[in-house]
Every structure is written in C-alpha cells, then in structure tokens.
Write a protein that binds this ligand. Structure first.
Ligand code: DPP
Ligand code: ZN
Length: 880
C-alpha cells in the first residue's frame, strides 16, 4: 500500500457534471449502470490527460464513451483503477458493473444488512459501487433509479426528491433526484421492507419539510425519540447558526449492520440502529442522550459537511471537528451544560490523550495516510472539536457566529480546507490566527506547568505558565501553541476575587479571565489583588491540554466546595481522587499498610449534603476516575496494582459514606417509582446518582443491598434502572442472583439485538464475571455474530476496553485473544479489525513483561499472509 500525502494534492483532471445511476438489485448480484456527463477540468488547461477512475471489486460488463462501445484494448483496468483516453474535452461515459452486495462483509459500498440493501460510501465506498472519481472535490448532480422485487423491497430510497416511480410485473422502480451537487461519499441507496414514522417541520422561512424515519417493522415503536431530537436540532441550527434545511424531505434509515454510528448522506441519513432506536423499556438514559446527539450531529452535517464539504480527506476535521463542536453545544443546551462538558473532557482525556501519546498520534490535519478509514479518530473528531471550541473562546460567541456565517456564505457549494475555515474567522475578527493553526499541524497533547506568586505589599499576583509538548512520531520538536486558559481567583472565604489583568486582551468579566498563551514561557500579572488568591485554572476545560499546578489536598477540597465553575469543582474532585489513589498505589507497591486519606470521603459527604448542587453534578463528582483514565496519567501503566488501589479507595468510600448513600439511594429509588420515566435532564441526573450510590453500596456485600438490587432489577419499568441493577449484580459477589438475572434478561430480550448488546457488554466488561473463558463462551451465544459490528463492540470491545484487569491478565491470554479476533475480522471487515486492535497499539504504555507479550501478538499479526490495507497501516505504524 502506498502513502498518500497532503503536499501532493492536485485538483481533479476531470469533472463529473451529472451522474445518472440505475441499480438492478437481485438476491445474488446487482447491476449498476452509470451514465456520467464529464468534462476536462477547465481550470487545468485543454490538453487531455488519461482519465483514471477509481473502482474496487467491480466486474466490468460494459463500457462506452460518447456511445462508442469500448473493448479491452481501449482501457486498462487493475484492482483499484480503470484508465482510458478521452478524445474530447466534454464527453459521456457509460458503464455497467456487476457486484455482489450479499457477500459484502466489509459493509462498505452497497451491502445487505439482514434483508435490506443499504450503502456506506464515506470515505471511499463509492468506488465499490461503480467506476468513478471517488474524491470529495468532485461534486456532481445525482439522479438515481433503483429497481427491485416489489414484495421483498417495497421501499426504494436515494438522495433528494422522488421524481418518478412505477411497477413492472413483480419488480418496481423509483427514481430520485438530488438538486444539490455532492461528492460521491454522500451518496446513498436503500431498498427494503421498511415501515416509517412521519412528521413535519416548518423552517424559519415557512417551508414545510417532511421528516421520515424508516425502520424494520418490529422497531416502529422505537422512533419517537429520534424524531423529537430531529425537530429540536433543526430548530436549534436555525436559531444558533441561521442554517435552514434545503430539501422537501429528510429521511433517516436504521440498519443493524453498520461500521460507524451514522452517516450524513444528503437527505437520506443512514444510522446504526443502536444510534436511533429507543424506548424506555429497552434503552438507557445514555442511549437516549447518544441518539439526541448523533441525530443532531448528522443533521448538522447538512451544512457543515454537505453544503460546504472537504477538498480532500486530510481536511476531514473541517467537517467533523466543527460538527462535533456543534452537536456538543446542542446537547449542552438541551441538557446540563456542565455535565456535558465533563463528559466530553473525560472522554477526550481518556481516549484522545492516549491516542496522542501513542504510536498512532497524528495532527488534526494529518499530513499523510495509507487508508483514510483509519483516520476517523478521536483526534480528528474530538480534538478537532476542541480546536473549534478554542476559536469560539478566543473570538467570543458573536464574532464566532459571524465567522461561521461568513464561512458558509463564502464556500456554499464548494469543497474547501481547514485554512478556509480559519480564514473566515480571521476575516471577521481581524485576528492573525497563523500561530493558532499549529493546532492543525502539530500532534501531541501540550502540557502546562503553572506556578504563582503573590506580592501582598503591592497587591500583585503573578501567574507563570510554561508550555511544552512531547515528541510524537515524525515530530520531535514542537512550536508553542496558542492556548486560551480560562480562569478565576478565589479568596479565603471562597468568594470570587476581582482584580485587573495587565495587558489583557480578553476579560470576560471582572473575575473571569481568559489568558492567551502563545509562548513557551509566559508571565501574567494581576493588579489590585486584595488577598492571596487560590487560582481556578482552565475553567470549563478551555483547552485540550494537561495542566499541572501544585494544589494541596486542602486546596482541592476548597475548590470542590467553592469554585463557581461547575467543571472545576468536578475537576478538583477528580484530582483529589487521583492523589488519594496514587498514594494507595504507592503503599501497595512498597507493601506498606493501606491507609486511605479521609479527605475524599469528607468532601464527597459535603457534596452529597449540598442542596445547591443538582443531582447530575453530584453524580459526576462522586463518580470515580475510571481505571483507563488513571492509567493514562501514569508514566508506566500498572493495571493490576492501580485496579487494586482504586477498588480499595472505592470500598473505603462505600464504608465511610454507607449511611448517606443508602438514604440517597432509598429516596431516589422511591422517587423513581413514582415518576413516569422520561429521558430528560433532571430525571437522568437523579437516576445517575441513584446508580452511582448503588454501585458503591454493592461493594459492602450486604444481603439487604443485594435484595434491593434484585428488586430494582425486577420491578423497574425502564432499562436505565434495570441495567444499572444488573451491572451491580454482575460485578458483585452475589453471583447466584447475578446468574438468575442474566438468564431472565436474556429470555425476555432474546428477540431484541440492541438489548442483547447490552447484555453482552455488561458481562464482558465485568472484571468479576468477564474472565476470558466466559467471554469466549459469550461468542458462542446464538445472538452473537462476528459479522455484526455492534456485537463485536459489545463483546470484544467491552472486554478489551472496559475490562482492563482481565484483558491485561499477566499470562498474556487477553492479548492472544484479541489478536485472534483481529485476524478473523480482518478477512471480513477491515475497518473493524483496524479499530478493534486499538488496545494492543498502546503496548509501549505497559510494563516490560506486558510489552513483550503485546508486541509478540502484533508481530504475529504482521506476519499474516494477507492483511487488509487498514490493518497493515496500523501495524506498521504501531511497530515502527
Ligand atoms: N458518519 C460519520 C460521522 O457522521 C462520518 N461522517 O461522523
Ligand atoms: Zn460526522
């Protein structure tokens, strides 16, 4: 496989003005007829270079240029391309290819999911459908006819508007036309026996849009939440960004076999069923919230992605980073803003920071790739969104909105770059963002070291900040970043101190500042500071960095109690917990008696008793840093020891806080019984706190608590409470109750694959139950299939990412298992194999003995006779 480089980008030699496609769908094959109206790219001159079309796994049956049938002597074809010589600057090209969707296990291009046909074209799936210029800067008008057996496939869909349909004998057809030009990656086709839920939305200019969600008949009662979410996000995009929907119909289709979460095809979004279907009896709060955010994400792409798209795949974050930022702001507005920020920051710090610190680290705009599917990463998405958020912080909300308006106006209908996005922000703000753009070109997580000094006599307060960024593959030395550090100062009573920041560019209010770093080492001075302050730094996680300030435990407890910034209260609790756990790690390491510092229990007790905190934030504060996050903080990750320390501290907290936790649990459970379930922020916060309380109480191994858990499992009318009870049982010593609950659950939900996914992952992720032998057994269960990505994630993904003590078992059996699964998957679905291998790619983080075991598995995989391009690239970079 060869490396594709950003610096080699060239405009396309030819353009495709019109694309006319006809799909003839059969059970054992499909024919795709393409009629392309093409021309030499006028920007490039009037010579006629060879035309090179992309095409993979296509059987070419017919090819004609300007209606002249071509024979094998007229063109060259290999496994990835078809090339031929145009004779005129404008011409038509007709082709017919035969493909086998029913055998397409890679789930890329046209494939079958259960009984239905569907497509996934981003990034380069369209070349598995027909010969084409499969690149995002070639935008074309699409007209698509789908022909299939009427009885089996009553619903035939594609992008745009339905313009014609008809029946011929047992087969019928439908023709769709998309009035907007688009790149091939946004193309979609669906054929199936689907039911739909319909609604409508009136846009800000009074246009009526039909909204339709298509599902398999048994899921028709699981569409309402997605529909509500869709209407909310359509309104939000009008109000917050001035963006109106631009077709008469917007469709969503749910499919069971899908590599990603969902896909923003123009007017015809295709969703993994796990990201669209929900009802209270089968779906948890977390799923309801995920659906709300993914429906919004895909909808928002209509502008940030479709109307304005990417010039090339190096610019992927142009649409993904911006769209994640947009969906996360939407979720923040629909729910608790602070909790959403905590969730996003936790996710970023656990997953993206790990990526940034490993062999697969890459900048938000990578300079090269072999297989673009490998770059749908936390860095492109989540860090990309943080980069947009920093622009928002630096410009302020009004100017940011002006910048986004200008970006959409300037580039509507174009395929553009990250530079164009930043240029729009520069135009409206007058700022020079050249240095800021290092966020797009330099990989790695910057580290800030903060010290301070107070001069009581002159009432001056100095903050010194040093920034650095560790080396990443191919980038030994980094230049300083532009980093907005939002902050405040607290006085001895916990009050916000006001002061004046010298040379301030940005002062949000008198007591909330944004320091803008742009040098390796910088001093900021506040004047008129009446007492020695305690700084609250990086409020709201204003930049994706690691910040070190030497807080004492007392200071952290103080911030946890008094900081006006909800995010930093939580952050103080996290840091306090990390310090306490690290201390226990050290005791275990040196075989000293384990003594847990009581400060954490005291702080948590105060949080639980604080009537001014909402339950969602209380739950976040007492929720513990995950094992994965703790390991990410360590120089060399010691899984077993850290797990032991973490468990010891959790048990200590459970013992110390047993009474308030029990009272809290009882109150919230009673309240839940009397409330009709709704997936709304306040209730979600209550249930989360209830679940958190129960998970602590479970550690006490008390019969009454087991009984209460079983009762909750059996009596609750919603999946959130049922699953949290089940998870507590599975992770407890009450294994006979756990087994009974698992059996009952599987009987009740055997017919519902999405619920069975939860059943699988609650077991695979359990360090009590999820021993490797059990995980292997789960893979024998009739509901499991390695061909279904959701099942792979539910079992293999849950085991390797959420069951770290078992996955990292000292004998290396977890690594052998993962390598086996990666090898098996690679033959079926390369996108999945290259993704599921991720935990092994972090091998350098662990102890020497583990490193050797992990490396051995990686090398064994690398030696396989046949590797997909996806996996080849990951292995090569991991072992480089
Ligand atoms: N479906 C993926 C997303 O929406 C790729 N565009 O992010
Ligand atoms: Zn996206």
């Amino acid at each position: 496989p060869k490396l594709i480089r950003l610096v080699d980008y060239q405009q396309p030699d030819y353009l495709i003005d019109e694309t006319h496609l006809t799909f003839e769908l059969y059970e054992d094959y499909a024919l795709v007829h393409a009629h392309l109206v093409m021309q030499r790219n006028p920007a490039l001159g009037c010579d006629l270079p060879r035309l090179v079309l992309d095409g993979v796994e296509l059987q070419l049956l017919h090819l004609a240029m300007d209606d002249q049938v071509l024979t094998a002597a007229d063109y060259q074809v290999d496994a990835e391309q078809l090339s031929l010589q145009p004779l005129r600057p404008s011409f038509t090209l007709d082709s017919t290819v035969r493909i086998e969707p029913q055998n397409n296990t890679a789930l890329e291009g046209l494939y079958k999911s259960g009984e239905m046909f569907c497509t996934q074209c981003e990034a380069q799936g369209f070349r598995k459908i027909t010969y084409y210029l499969d690149r995002p800067d070639v935008m074309s008008s699409f007209t698509t006819t789908v022909i299939a057996e009427k009885q089996r496939y009553p619903i035939l869909l594609s992008n745009g508007n339905l313009i014609e349909e008809g029946v011929e004998d047992k087969r019928h057809w439908a023709t769709w036309q998309d009035p907007h030009k688009k790149p091939a990656y946004l193309f979609a086709v669906v054929a199936g026996d689907l039911w739909s839920v319909e609604d409508s939305f009136t846009t800000m200019n009074g246009r009526e849009v039909t909204l339709r969600i298509f599902v398999e008949p048994e899921n028709i009662d699981k569409c309402q939440h997605a529909m509500n979410s869709l209407k909310k996000c359509m309104r939000w995009d009008e109000e917050q960004y001035g963006r109106e929907y631009d077709l008469d119909i917007f469709m969503i289709v749910a499919v069971n076999d899908f590599n990603m979460g969902a896909m923003e095809n123009k007017g015809l979004n295709i969703f993994n069923s796990s990201c669209v279907l929900a009802k209270p009896e089968t779906s948890t709060d977390a799923i309801f919230q995920r659906i709300e955010s993914i429906v919004a994400h895909e909808y928002f792409h209509n502008w940030s992605g479709n109307r304005v798209t990417c010039r090339d795949w190096f610019q992927l974050s142009l649409k993904e980073g911006f769209t994640v930022f947009r969906d996360s702001e939407f979720s923040a507005d629909m729910n608790s803003r602070t909790v959403k920020r905590i969730e996003d920051a936790t996710f970023l710090r656990t997953h993206q920071f790990a990526e940034d610190a490993g062999p697969l680290a890459h900048p938000v705009r990578p300079p090269e790739y072999m297989e673009i599917s490998n770059f749908y990463t936390w860095t492109i998405y989540e860090k990309g969104a943080e980069v947009v958020r920093m622009l928002h912080t630096l410009l302020g909300p009004e100017r940011f909105r002006q910048g986004s308006d200008l970006y959409f106006e300037r580039h509507d209908g174009q395929a553009v770059t990250c530079d164009d996005f930043v240029a729009a922000m520069e135009s409206v703000s007058g700022m020079d963002l050249t240095q800021f753009k290092r966020w797009y070109s330099q990989a790695g997580t910057p580290v800030l070291r903060v010290t301070d000094e107070y001069d009581a006599e002159r009432q001056l307060y100095h903050i010194d900040i040093a920034q650095s960024c560790p080396a990443t593959p191919g980038q030994a030395n980094k230049q300083p970043f532009v980093i907005p550090v939002a902050m405040g100062l607290l006085g001895a009573e916990g009050q916000a101190l006001s002061a004046r920041l010298q040379d301030a560019e940005q002062c949000v209010t008198q007591d909330n500042w944004v320091l803008t770093l742009n040098q390796a080492q910088q001093r900021f001075t506040f004047t008129e500071v009446s007492e020695r302050p305690l700084p609250s730094l990086l409020r709201g996680f204003s930049a994706p960095v690691k910040l070190h300030y030497d807080y004492s435990r007392e200071q952290l407890a103080f911030l946890l109690q008094h900081d006006s910034d909800g995010f930093n209260r939580w952050e103080a609790a996290q840091q306090l917990a990390v310090q306490v756990i690290e201390e226990v790690c050290e005791q275990l390491r040196t075989h000293a008696p384990v003594q847990v510092d009581g400060c954490l229990a005291q702080s948590f007790a105060a949080v639980l008793n604080n009537p001014h905190l909402d339950t969602a934030l209380q739950a976040e504060i007492i929720s513990f840093p995950s094992l994965a996050y703790l390991l990410e903080l360590q120089e060399q990750a010691d899984v077993q020891l850290t797990d032991k320390a973490r468990e010891a501290v959790r048990l200590y907290l459970a013992e110390q806080l047993a009474e308030p936790l029990q009272a809290l649990y009882n109150r919230l459970r009673e309240q839940a019984k009397q409330t009709q379930y709704r997936p709304e922020a306040e209730q979600i916060g209550n249930r989360r706190l209830q679940a958190m309380a129960l998970s602590y109480l479970t550690l006490l191994q008390r019969d009454d608590i087991v009984a209460a858990t079983v009762a909750q499992f059996e009596q609750a009318d919603n999946m959130t409470e049922r699953l949290s009870a089940l998870s507590c049982l599975v992770n407890s010593t009450a294994q006979s109750q756990a087994q009974a609950a698992l059996v009952q659950f599987a009987e009740e939900f055997a017919h519902d694959p999405l619920v069975m996914d939860q059943w699988f992952s609650v077991q695979a992720a359990s360090s009590v139950l999820g021993e490797l032998a059990h995980v292997r057994q789960l893979m024998q269960h009739p509901s499991f299939s390695i061909k279904n990505p959701n099942k792979v994630r539910a079992v293999i993904g849950a085991f390797t990412q959420h069951n770290l003590p078992q996955f990292h078992a000292e004998d290396g059996s977890g690594y052998v298992f993962l390598a086996e699964q990666v090898a098996a998957l690679d033959a079926l679905n390369p996108q999945m194999s290259a993704r599921i291998i991720t935990p092994l790619t972090r091998w350098q983080r662990y102890t020497p003995a583990q490193q050797a075991l992990m490396r051995a598995q990686l090398e064994q995989l690398q030696a396989l006779p046949k590797l997909s391009k996806d996996l080849y690239e990951v292995l090569e970079r991991t072992l480089a």
